[in-house]
Design a protein around this ligand. Structure first.
Ligand code: PEP
Length: 254
């Protein structure tokens, strides 16, 4: 059984003070949930404060939005996966399309990051997805296949069960135009099929494939009802406590 994952990606939003307020309010409203793992990925500056707060109460898991692959050294401005693990971070988003497109991250760099995150006993959330032009040209499945294969090219087979794949069509990110459950399922089924070939049946069925791209309280339920969608990576709609809380409790939305 794959446990659903609901992940907040705050991107470059929320000061330390705002982050602490958010988590305090969320923890007060959240009764411990066993139906899903709930991961918060704040900006780096809030990670330490949140790690202290999150350790005090059950129910939330700390994630990071990015990291470098080197353990230490002359990499000005970068953050080592070792430092993230030291803070109690459990998940790290790798290869988000904003990192690929705005900061020039290549498939090769992403594969190194994935490998390093795993080496530090954390779980990489590997983002893959097509542009609108690639979709219109019928290239979606080929593009995500290529991105996936490259991202996991350095991963030891025994570690494959620890990865999370986030299918995030670029045209759906921050646009309020989510993929339909059918479009998401087509991609997720293709990804699962690839994982079966790369790993094996059992391992491939343990790996969670989550969807990201304009997930909102109004659409999360229909997406999560699909058996091939194992969770959601949520940007904009995770910034406000009540909206995020509704999405954690997606099964209660009518
Ligand atoms: C994201 O940043 O990964 C994302 C899916 O953003 P949004 O939910 O705002 O589309």
């Amino acid at each position: 059984m794959r446990k659903p994952l609901i992940i907040a990606n705050w991107k470059m939003n929320h000061s330390i003070e705002d982050s602490l307020k958010f988590i305090t309010v969320l923890q007060n409203k959240l009764t411990f949930k066993s139906h899903a793992e709930v991961v918060i990925c704040p900006p780096y500056t809030a990670l330490y404060s949140l790690s202290v707060l999150i350790q005090e109460k059950e129910g939330l898991i700390l994630g990071a939005q990015n990291c470098y692959y080197g353990e230490s050294g002359a990499f000005t401005g970068e953050i080592s996966p070792v430092f993230l693990a030291e803070l109690g971070v459990s998940y790290v988003i790798v290869g988000h399309s904003e990192r690929r497109n705005l900061f020039g991250e290549t498939d090769e760099l992403i594969s190194q990051k994935v490998q390093s995150v795993l080496a530090c006993n954390m779980k990489p959330i590997i983002c893959i997805g097509e542009t609108i032009n690639e979709r219109n040209d019928g290239k979606t499945l080929g593009v995500i296949e290529n991105q996936l294969k490259q991202a996991i090219s350095l991963v030891d087979k025994k570690d494959l069960g620890k990865i999370v794949i986030a299918y995030e069509p670029i045209w759906a990110i921050g646009t309020k135009q989510n993929a339909t459950p059918g479009q998401a399922c087509e991609a997720h089924q293709h990804i699962r099929g690839l994982l079966v070939k790369i790993a094996n049946q059992n391992l491939a069925h343990e790996i969670r494939i989550i969807y990201g791209g304009s997930v909102q309280p109004t659409n999360i339920n229909e997406l999560m009802r699909e058996k091939d969608i194992d969770g959601a990576l949520i940007g904009g709609a995770s910034l406000e406590v009540d909206s995020f809380l509704q999405m954690i409790n997606y099964h209660e939305i009518k």
